[in-house]
Design a protein around this ligand. Structure first.
Ligand code: SMO
Length: 662
């Protein structure tokens, strides 16, 4: 019965257009918005944040160069396509209690933002998160939770549930922002890069959400895994009238490495150097200085070892037939790096309870969404307590009223940060076990050991107690109880991270860099432009492989997800900005016939002393450099350069035709 009249307002659909003077403003009142101090909006423009990085002197660096190579690259907005669409239930009871059940990566962030947004204290809000059917960054923040909570209040406290259809999921929830990159590289004849001037221009759509943080993370990661002495980077996050941008597995790194790793091949070509050798020459090795001025630690990961490993795995440089059945074959390589993108104050905690029968229950705040981190935590407890895994459980529920705090399940930080918190909780549990047992056995605590469900004197293993005997309290021979239930608590905060200088971006933003490389062999059909990826090698310096099977799953899954971004995925709009492909018929993701014939996951282990058992995170990394590796392989096969994602048949075919005309 409601009649709607629409007044069409001027709109802007390209981030470079949106930066121009006189462009329609998406947020006219930007100057009134509150924002975090590390975000730099420009009032009365569409720039939601301008991140600046200045290292050394680029003008001098370009003057020293023998060659200068400049290129532009582009990638469109794409979607996470989680199997489970966004789903939330809200309940605002008349007594003021708010309950939320939601498919989210960050229950504590949902609770915090609901509290701020609704003006309700945190203890009145309980956020439940069951197993999540895929997040990939798209469920990292607050989404439909406020809407269902407010509807519930209107409905007198009855729960209200909202499940996105696939079409709504494409159109209304957050996406990966699109990006234009311009990269100018100065290089010496011998292959040493002297300077780089970099511009990243992000399409964050109608709202900034996580995209302003992505612009920042891409800014301090701007050079990729190389040491460049002189760097000038400007990373602009820009409002348009497109769907809004957020985190997506890799948090800016797949986008920036698409540009950087294409550029690296093109610069190598300019000076006539092998692209593998060129990368090794400039690699960010331990002791070298990153763009933000960080000296890489002595036990940092080794990108050179990753590059060499994938080169060997794909037979780089081997003489092989270039043409088979009329199809052209080629190989390509791309390196990568990424650190968890998070504020310096992001922390994690964990609780380890010793039960009455000597079994152990772990509570964590980290979400399980398919990555399997809780399994790794069970392994940690088994190792620390020398106990079989079936005596250990991780509580499956995450509920903010009961779960220990963890900032967010994002950024490939779970194994490193929550893993460290779990280790601390287990050490605390062991301290308490020994304190009770020391009193009962009349022995000093440091003479005791724990294994096989017992605490015992190290030098006299038969002298000891079961863990069950100390779990709730100790009992002295005369019957008196001592001490109490054993509950271990642990936390981890990335101490030592700093804010970045607002003018130069210098500082320490990265807890741990995970380095890697990807290499592919492709086959290009010159008749149709179709690209088939035959083989993918992915090498990651993950410090220590805690669970090789889960790691292999992450690597292969990530590669397939990136394959979609490389070859098919693209948000397509009509001239009025309406999304044309909001369904899985028109928005293609990889299917069984597209999967590469061969996956080679390579786990390189240079342990990092502050990681749990030396481990680093790798959740996002397998998705980062497949796209440029494929493009580099297409050039290797055909002599044609692709500058824009996705590399559809049509795009590759047109590029082949254009090169023939030349
Ligand atoms: S892209 Mo993520 O959830 O840091």
């Amino acid at each position: 019965l409601i009649k709607v009249r629409y007044e069409e307002l001027p709109a802007v659909f390209d981030q470079r257009e949106a930066m121009k003077e006189g462009a329609p403003l998406v947020h006219e009142n930007l100057h009134e918005y509150k924002h975090a101090p590390y975000i730099f909006p420009k009032p009365h423009t569409n720039i939601a944040s301008h991140f600046k990085l200045r290292k050394g002197d680029v003008e001098r660096g370009f003057a020293e160069a023998d060659f200068i190579v400049e290129n532009e690259f582009y990638q469109p907005q794409v979607h996470h396509v989680q199997m489970e669409t966004h789903t939330s239930i809200g309940q605002w009871l008349p007594n003021g209690q708010i309950n939320v059940w939601t498919s989210a990566q960050s229950p504590f962030a949902v609770r915090h933002l609901l509290s701020v947004g609704l003006g309700v204290p945190i203890h009145k809000i309980n956020v439940h998160v069951p197993y999540v059917g895929g997040g990939f960054g798209g469920k990292a923040g607050l989404h439909w939770e406020p809407l269902v909570v407010l509807l519930s209040r209107k409905a007198g406290g009855r729960p209200v549930k909202l499940v996105m259809s696939r079409e709504e999921q494409f159109r209304t929830v957050a996406v990966r922002q699109g990006m234009y990159a311009r990269i100018k590289t100065g290089v010496k004849r011998d292959g040493k890069i002297t300077a780089e001037e970099i511009e990243y221009i992000w399409d964050t759509g109608a709202y900034a959400d996580y995209a302003v943080n992505i612009g920042r993370a891409a800014g301090y990661s701007c050079t990729g895994p190389y040491e460049v002495p002189n760097v000038k980077c400007d990373s602009y996050t820009v409002y348009t009238n497109h769907p809004y941008g957020t985190a997506y597995r890799g948090f800016g790194c797949p986008e920036l490495l698409w540009a950087i790793e294409r550029q690296m091949d093109m610069v190598a070509r300019k000076i006539g150097m092998d692209p593998v050798e060129f990368r090794l020459k400039n690699a960010a090795l331990p002791g070298r200085i990153t763009a933000s001025g960080e000296k890489l630690r002595d036990d940092a990961g080794r990108v050179d070892q990753c590059i060499k490993a994938v080169a060997e795995a794909i037979g780089w440089g081997r003489k092989e037939p270039r043409q088979i059945n009329g199809k052209l074959r080629g190989k390509g390589i791309a390196a990568l790096w990424k650190a968890p993108a998070m504020p310096s104050f992001a922390s994690s905690s964990a609780i380890a309870k010793l039960n009455e029968d000597g079994t152990v229950t772990l509570s964590i705040g980290l979400i399980e969404m398919g990555q399997g981190t809780p399994t790794v935590f069970v392994q940690m407890a088994a190792e620390e307590l020398q106990m079989p895994v079936d005596r250990i459980k991780v509580v499956s529920k995450r509920e903010t009223d009961y779960s220990p705090y963890s900032w967010q399940t994002v950024a490939s930080r779970g194994t490193f940060m929550d893993g460290n918190a779990v280790l601390q909780a287990l050490k605390d549990l062991k301290r308490q076990v020994k304190a009770t047992a020391a009193q009962l056995l009349g022995m000093p605590e440091d003479s005791l050991e724990i294994a096989d469900g017992r605490v015992f004197v190290g030098r006299e293993p038969e002298r000891g107690l079961t863990l069950a005997a100390v779990a709730t309290c100790g009992v002295l021979p005369d019957g008196r109880g001592i001490r109490g239930p054993i509950v271990g608590y642990g936390y981890y905060t990335a101490e030592g991270l700093t804010n970045l200088d607002p003018e130069t971006g210098q500082g320490l933003p990265a807890l741990v860099w995970t380095f890697g490389a990807q290499g592919v062999e492709v086959e290009v059909d010159p008749e149709t432009g179709e690209v088939r990826v035959l083989k993918v090698a992915t090498a990651l310096d993950l410090g220590k492989a805690l669970n090789p099977l889960l790691l292999k799953g992450q690597i292969c899954g990530g590669v397939v997800q990136a394959l979609g971004q490389a070859l098919f995925e693209d948000y397509i709009f009509d001239e009025k900005g309406a999304l044309l492909n909001n369904n899985l018929t028109d928005y293609k993701i990889p299917r069984a016939p597209d999967i590469p014939d061969e996956f080679v996951p390579i786990m390189i282990e240079n342990p990092q002393s502050n990681g749990p058992y030396g481990a680093r995170g790798i959740g996002e990394h397998p998705t980062i450099s497949l796209q440029p590796a494929i493009a580099n392989a297409i050039y290797n096969a055909t002599g044609v350069d692709i500058y824009e994602l996705p590399m559809t048949k049509e795009k590759v075919w047109k590029a082949l035709k254009k090169s023939e005309v030349k």
